[in-house]
Structure formats: C-alpha cells, structure tokens
Design a binder for this molecule. Sequence first.
Ligand SMILES: [Zn+2]
Length: 325
Amino acid sequence: MVEEAISLQARPWQQLVQADKNNRLSHAYIMDGLQGTGKMRLTLTFIQYLLCEQRAGELPCQICSACRRIENGNHPNIWMIRKEGQSIKKEQIDELIQQMSKKGYEKGRRFYMIEEAHTMTVSAANALLKFLEEPVGEITAFLMTDTYAQLLPTIQSRCQRIQFTRPNEEQLIGQLVADYQLTDSLASTLSRITANVDEALSLSQEEQFMMMRKLALQLIERIEHSKAEAILFIQGEWQSVVKEKEDLEMILNLLLHGYRDIVTIKVNIDRSICYPDARELLEKLSYRLTYEQLSSKIDEILHMKQKISSNMNRTLLVEQLILRL
Ligand SMILES: [Zn+2]
C-alpha cells in the first residue's frame, strides 16, 4: 500500500522527504491534484514517515503504534477538516485554531489537513490566513484541493504547492478495457473523469452516470443546432437526472470534455478523445466552430463550474450557460 502510494507519486514524495531531510519542512502545503491521484494517501503516509517510531530508511514502518494510529485515524496530533454541507465554515477554522493552541498533545509535530480546501468560505479562509501568518509551535498544514485556482491568492502565497501528476490516461483506458471488459468509449470517458480504477469501475455501473454521459452529448448537439431547442431539452428529462449539485458538476465536466474533444479533432493531434463513439458528430462540429468560438465556450463552462457552489437554481444556471455558448 505504502510503496504503491509512493511509486504513483514519486515526485511529490521526494519533494516532501527532501524538505524533511534538509530541515526545511514548510508550515503549510497545498496538495494540488485531481481526484483519484492519491493526495490523501500520500499525505497520511508522509505524516506516518514523520511520526514513525522506527522508520525504515525513507519509509514509515507501518507497524509501530504511531503508524497504526495514523492509519486508523485516531492519532491525537492530527486534526482533519471536511466541508459541512457545501462549504468549510469559519467556525470549523476557529475550532481548528483552538485545538492547535491547546497543550498536552503527544510530543512531536502536529498536523492539520483540510480536504477540498477551495470550499472554504471567505471568512473561513481569512481566519485561516491569520493563523498561517503567525504559526505557533511545530505545526504543518496540508490543504487538499483539485482546483488550485479557487484558493485565495493570499492563501496560495503562504503555502508551498505540491503538484500531483495524473497517471497516464492511456494506461488507465487499457486496464479498464483489458481487465474489466469496458468498451473503449466508456473507458475513454472515465479516464477523463478520474484517475482511479476503482472509482472508474463504480461509475461505469451507475445508471445515473451513463445517463449523464448521454445527456451531455445530446446537449452539445442541441446547443449547436438551436439554443431554443437546447433550453427546451434541459426542461425535460434533464431535470430528473441532474438533481444534485454534484450531478451538475459532473455534467459540466462531461460537457467540457465534449468541447475539448472538438478542439482535439480540429487540431488533428494524435490524442485519444473522451467520446470516440460520438466522433462523427464532434467532427462535424469541428468544421463549423472556430478556435475562438471553442475557446470562449470552454471558458464559459469553466466559469460556470466555479459559480455552482452558490445556491442558485440549477436549471436557470444551465439556461444562462446555454445562452452564452
Ligand atoms: Zn512506524
């Protein structure tokens, strides 16, 4: 498990271990990588490495009491924050600061981890910022995110960024087709959504995901045919499939990959596309749409993705998007 986590992300691991060896451990890191790239696993392994009672070379032993308690999620020196509802609230950061200022922990460094750190509210981020500016004691923070750009620049500048690479897409597609008998088309789409085999497999069995994949392609076709038709379309079947915020995020991702496919086809580069089964449609659109149009469409979708953390009406949001595309 440990060896696997490290071999998948050898560069981030070396960066962290070197910092420790040179006594230059930062007081805050941003662990920046897509879902499924093993950020959490690697971070926990690194904390094990730092607290291990009988470290074996550059690896934590995995059997001492410190290693085991970290693995089981009950080491007192680690504080973990996850979003509550849609965001990470200021009260959660206040509680964190209080915890970190307490005495009576086990000796050695203390850590806190913030999952999906980009979902911090502005007041939460500002409270954290103050804490980052005046570090107390031996504390190291790990802020996890898959959308680095959404973190406040002031937070970004106080932390060291560790970038996680995504495993080779072709490799994942090959594995899904050969070992799990998925179609090439589905495997190609899944490889864009996640880098994790298990997550890809579980999505492939979700009817909801398959519906969304279909809807995304149909929506592209309609948008490029007639916007009025596209708006009617999302008032129909669409609404029973795209219900939660997560659904909307997923379908915007699927839409985004559709437009990226059109660019790939237009540039004619030798790269696999997300929807090989829709190549004919995408090719047709690649003749009609200019690079400027495509890049502005991609920008609009990215912009909309950032807006959906608010509590706006989802259908209305997509209607606005369609009008802008
Ligand atoms: Zn150990």
